[in-house]
Design a protein around this ligand. Structure first.
Ligand code: MG
Length: 463
């Protein structure tokens, strides 16, 4: 049983003791603190907040608590019901709301839920705003408004169709080109809200759709994180159905992975790489951004188009901040998170799918042929367990000093870019561990590089 409070919201398991899980009093406390932050930003204004949720079993329960609390705090509510994370973000923008709350624990298992907090741009709160919410949640006293100031539900409406409409209206989404290819697509939505949205989007694009785990029951058919080891079922169905490709989304539809026609993984790191390849082909010399732990393939593809690649700290808000700073035409995260500023600054599997299929149609290739056009890198993800007594920051400083002659980036842990491979070392804020991510041109090399650094760090720590 766990409750994790962070600047991006609160996440916890349903049931159990208050303050140690995501219980009703915890939901009320954090929702109240969030409204107070938005009120501080908009003195004297009657606030409107969008509420959306994924298909988790606890979704209705948490949504009712959030909605009631918002009304009690004097905010009006637009409830978009079952809606993806990017859809809820788009609703905040489209409805000119003052903020939004998405009720989803993303790729975490069924017993989890969380509140993701949005600003008036439909983007995640900044570090400072998140800290302010956490601080206000710890204050015991707050006077709720009286009867004449309580909020009202302005509307309960579906926003998914409008989100699809806006995706298909993008100039770089070539609906006709995709329709002509008549792709046969297997979609695995892990029995969450993607099951409502993704088949609809694909059919609008003229695809023949085979639905897998598309009933939005919240009973996840497999581990909901779209990693290769969890995607065995879709591989079999693609081969059996002779489909052109498979599409996999996580429960709140901000992560996107593809599977090729032979059942092999396109690999989620390459979702962003392929979409960026398309966007850069239309914007030669354009700038791209991903986080430090993402594949070097994005840098390579960006440079092929004469563009410049930038790395940001890990975390969606850090990626979008960097994208705005450098004027990126496309960006995101290696975990299948595509951020296309032409629509909005949020990871969006719908826009990712529509742009990807446009690219695949324009290239006239199969999935395996397209994949073969990208440089192959292999990532190894490991961690070192430490004791709480070890000063992790000091260890990382020591590593940095030892590799001062190399290309080192220390905006988020320590990333060392060697000519042929890289290592990224990050501490965890919740556990005494160091994450050791490496990438190289073969799996053996990536594993060997990780083992070398694990041994070196253990040496520094004397363990
Ligand atoms: Mg997610």
């Amino acid at each position: 049983m766990t409750l994790i409070k962070s600047i991006s919201g609160i996440r916890g398991t349903i049931g159990g003791a208050v303050g140690e899980n995501l219980t009703p009093p915890d939901v009320v406390k954090f929702t109240t603190a969030y409204v107070r932050l938005i009120a501080e930003r908009n003195p004297g204004k009657k606030l409107t907040i969008v509420v959306g949720r994924d298909a988790r079993i606890s979704g209705q329960l948490v949504s009712d608590l959030v909605e009631g609390t918002l009304l009690a705090c004097g905010a009006d509510v637009i409830n978009v019901g079952l809606c993806t994370t990017p859809g809820t973000e788009m609703a905040v923008i489209t409805k000119h709301a003052d903020g939004g709350i998405i009720i989803t624990a993303s790729h975490n298992p069924r017993q989890w839920n969380a509140l993701k907090l949005l600003n008036a741009d439909g983007e995640f709160l900044s570090d400072a705003e998140g800290k302010r919410v956490l601080a206000m949640a710890e204050e015991e006293s707050y006077d709720y408004p009286t009867i004449d100031e309580i909020g009202h539900v302005l509307s309960c409406e579906d926003f998914n169709d409008e989100h699809i409409r806006q995706v298909l209206a993008l100039p770089l989404v070539d609906v006709e080109a995709v329709r002509k290819r008549r792709f046969k697509v297997v979609i695995d939505a892990v029995n969450s809200v993607g099951g409502i949205v993704m088949p609809k989007l694909l059919r609008e694009l003229g695809c023949e759709v085979v639905e897998l785990n598309c009933a939005p029951t919240g009973e996840f058919a497999h581990n909901p994180e779209p990693l290769p080891q969890h995607l065995t079922e879709i591989s079999e169905v693609i081969v059996r159905e002779k489909a052109d490709l498979g599409v996999v989304v996580d429960p709140d539809v901000d992560r996107l992975a593809f599977v090729s026609e032979d059942g092999s993984m396109f690999v989620e790191e390459y979702t962003l790489v392929a979409v960026a390849d398309y966007i850069l082909s239309e914007n030669p010399g354009g700038v791209t951004v991903s986080n430090l732990s993402s594949s070097r393939a994005l840098r390579d593809v960006t440079e092929r188009h004469g563009g410049k690649y930038y790395a940001s700290a890990v975390g969606e808000v850090n990626v979008t901040t960097k994208m705005k700073e450098v004027g990126a035409v496309i960006g995101g995260e290696g975990n299948g998170g595509v951020i296309y500023p032409g629509l909005h600054y949020g990871r969006d599997a719908l826009v990712g799918t529509a742009l990807f299929l446009t690219w695949l149609a324009k290239k006239g290739m199969t999935m395996t042929q397209l994949r073969a056009t990208y440089p192959s890198y292999y990532a190894s993800k490991n961690k070192i367990e430490l004791t709480p007594a070890i000063d992790v920051d000091k260890v990382l400083r020591e590593v940095k000093a030892r590799y001062a002659g190399e290309k080192v980036n220390d905006i988020d842990g320590v990333k060392i870019d060697f000519p042929e491979n890289w290592v990224h070392l990050r501490k965890s804020n919740t556990e005494p561990i160091i994450r050791v991510y490496t990438e190289a041109k073969s799996m053996e090399e990536a594993d060997a590089l990780a083992q070398r650094f694990i041994a070196e760090i253990k040496g520094i720590c004397g363990i």
